[in-house]
Structure formats: structure tokens, C-alpha cells
Design a protein around this ligand. Structure first.
Ligand code: G3H
Ligand code: 13P
Ligand code: ZN
Length: 326
């Protein structure tokens, strides 16, 4: 058993308090490997942004939960060594049981998500309450979810969005005691978020629902999942160098920026990072067919990821420069 405090990690309490006051969103970036973690530490360190490093079920299967825990700890030490001073949370993304949340808390995570969005309402409340009770005794933050995102929402296959019902949010938050709430307003996971042929046809997020949730919850942290923008620049590189990503569209950055102005406090980005890495690896290997040293293609991929993270923090989330207030 280890507490996140011994590892130099932060919970999300102060990050969200300041994010709400100063109207920016803390980035939730997912990691599966060393290079993604290094890019997040350097990107957020250089842009002086708080960060929530997210570990999904897929990441645990891929990289081993213990390895990821030590990677998180290594990230904190690396940040110190480079002279950076910004809060880092290590977060379980889409936890699907109390036992999993507990095991992450016991191994040093500073924040966990229990995703009971696919459960009947009362069951979602019941397990979230159980997670909150265990987490809060250890000062760990808890994210919960109401409403289902279309596409891949863990085990749920949904072709339609089940938007968050604003009438439920006060009851849910007060009964569960969660620290932040993920809501469904039209975002979804992955690179194919909309069934449209052209970028111009991407619909607006349901800002009316966001506004109503905000009014009902007051100053309470709201989270958006599935918020990659599926940047055209990288989709085009992938397609140019042998890939085939057709009609891949994400949430336009202008809409995400607008969401931060409506008081969204955390924005989750995974797919955009994956696209950057794939684009760079495809380009470099195609242009250098004799190359076989992974450092020669993963290194430039990591550099491009740093650039993307810094730009997102500054231009979209508004989190750049905010670490000093936390
Ligand atoms: O929430 C979804 C994240 O993008 C993680 O995806 O389960 O494939 O690692 P994953
Ligand atoms: P994207 O697939 O849009 O990057 O969403 C990531 C996410 O929500 C992680 O929980
Ligand atoms: Zn998610």
C-alpha cells in the first residue's frame, strides 16, 4: 500500500478549484508507454500546466499496472530533475468496479474514475458512493459519469448519444459525494466521432445541456471525455504515408474552447496523441526505409507530441501558465 502523497503526486482538488476560478480546463492525457509520458511531462512542464495523467483498462492490459504505477512515479521524478514545478495527478480512466478503483488507490493513484454510466441510475449511485467513501478516507479524488457517449464507452455499444439528463445531476452529485462529473453532450471516444462527410457538417455540442448542468451544479468541476479534435494535419500525414483514415472527424477546437468558457474543468485527450505518433512513425519509416532503430522514429514522434501538448494547453484548454496558481 502506498499513498500518492509519498510519490509526490497531487489529487485534483486544488487543480479544479483554480480551474473553475480562472476558467480553464485541466488536460487529461492518456498514456500507454514511456514516450507518451515523457512528452506529457515535458509538454506540461514547459507550458507550466497542471496535468492529469490517465491510465485506462487498455493501458493496463498493454503495459502492466505495476509498470504504469512506476512510470507515474518516474514522471514526477523526471519533472523535478528537469526543474519543472507543476501538479501531476495519476488517474484511473474509466474504472469499471469498486475493486479496481481500490487497487489503484492502494498503489498510489491520486484520482480515480468510476464509470457507472451504463448502469441503472441507482446502481451507478451505489458503487460511486462506495468508491467515494474509500477514496476520500485517503484524500483521493473521484470522477463519476452520468450519460453515455456514443461509440465505444467501454462495454457499451451505443449508436446514439444518451445525453446527460440535467434533472439528475444535483441528486447524483449530492448523494455520491463525487469530486467531478463527466457528462455526455455529444462527444465520443476515438477518431470517428461523427457520421458526416465534411468537416463543415460537424454538429455543435449540446451547450444547452452543459449550461443547464452548470446552472444546477454551480461551481462544480465538469469533465468532457472523447474530446480529441482528430487534427486534420496528422490524419493527412497518416493517409499520405500509407494509412487509410477516411472521414475521421473530432470535436473542433473552437467548441472545446467554448466549453472551457462554460466552466468545463477537465478535457480528456487520447486519440489526438495516438494520431501524432502514428503520423510521425509512418512518415519517418516511409522516408527512411533502412531505419531500424526505434529511437529514430519514436524520438521525433515524442517531439511532435510535445508540440501538440503545448499548443493544446495554450490555445485550447487555457491551462498553460496556470500551475503557479495551484
Ligand atoms: O477512454 C478511452 C481512452 O481513449 C482509452 O482507450 O481503452 O483503448 O486505452 P483504450
Ligand atoms: P478521445 O478518444 O477523444 O481522445 O477521448 C479520450 C478519453 O475520453 C479518455 O477517457
Ligand atoms: Zn473517456
Amino acid at each position: 500500500m502506498v499513498s500518492f502523497k509519498e510519490l509526490g503526486l497531487s489529487n485534483t482538488k486544488k487543480m479544479f478549484k483554480i480551474a473553475l476560478e480562472r476558467k480553464f480546463a485541466v488536460p487529461g492525457y492518456n498514456i500507454n508507454n514511456l514516450e507518451q509520458l515523457q512528452a506529457i511531462i515535458i509538454g506540461c512542464g514547459e507550458s507550466e500546466s497542471p496535468v492529469i495523467i490517465q491510465i485506462s483498462q487498455g493501458a493496463r492490459n498493454y503495459a502492466n499496472q505495476t509498470m504504469l504505477q512506476y512510470l507515474g512515479e518516474g514522471g514526477v521524478e523526471m519533472a523535478k530533475e528537469l526543474g519543472f514545478n507543476f501538479p501531476i495527478a495519476l488517474h484511473l480512466d474509466h474504472g469499471n468496479s469498486f475493486e479496481l478503483c481500490k487497487s489503484c488507490i492502494d498503489s498510489g493513484f491520486s484520482s480515480v474514475m468510476f464509470d457507472g454510466s451504463h448502469l441503472p441510475y441507482e446502481d451507478n449511485i451505489k458503487v460511486t458512493q462506495q468508491v467515494v467513501e474509500y477514496a476520500h478516507e485517503r484524500d483521493v479524488s473521484v470522477e463519476a459519469e452520468l450519460g453515455v457517449l456514443a461509440g465505444i464507452e467501454e462495454d457499451v455499444k451505443s449508436d446514439v448519444h444518451i445525453y446527460t439528463e440535467p434533472g439528475q445531476v444535483e441528486d447524483f452529485v449530492s448523494r455520491t459525494g463525487c469530486d467531478s462529473l463527466a457528462i455526455a453532450i455529444g462527444t465520443s471516444h476515438g477518431a470517428y466521432k461523427f457520421k458526416v462527410a465534411r468537416e463543415e457538417d460537424i454538429p455543435e455540442l449540446r451547450f444547452d445541456i452543459l449550461q443547464e448542468v452548470r446552472t444546477r451544479l454551480g461551481k462544480f468541476p465538469i469533465v468532457l471525455h472523447g474530446s480529441s479534435s482528430v487534427l486534420k494535419k496528422y490524419v493527412d500525414i497518416i493517409n499520405k504515408y500509407g494509412g487509410n483514415l477516411e472521414k475521421a472527424f473530432g470535436i473542433p477546437e473552437a467548441q472545446l474552447k467554448k466549453a472551457t468558457e462554460f466552466g468545463v474543468s477537465k478535457i480528456n485527450i487520447d486519440t489526438d496523441g495516438r494520431l501524432v505518433v502514428t503520423a510521425m512513425v509512418r512518415k519517418i519509416l516511409t522516408e527512411n526505409p533502412k531505419e531500424f532503430d526505434p529511437r529514430k522514429y519514436l524520438g521525433p514522434a515524442r517531439d511532435e507530441l510535445i508540440k501538440m501538448i503545448k499548443r493544446k494547453n495554450k490555445e485550447v484548454l487555457g491551462s498553460a501558465g496556470q500551475a503557479k496558481y495551484i
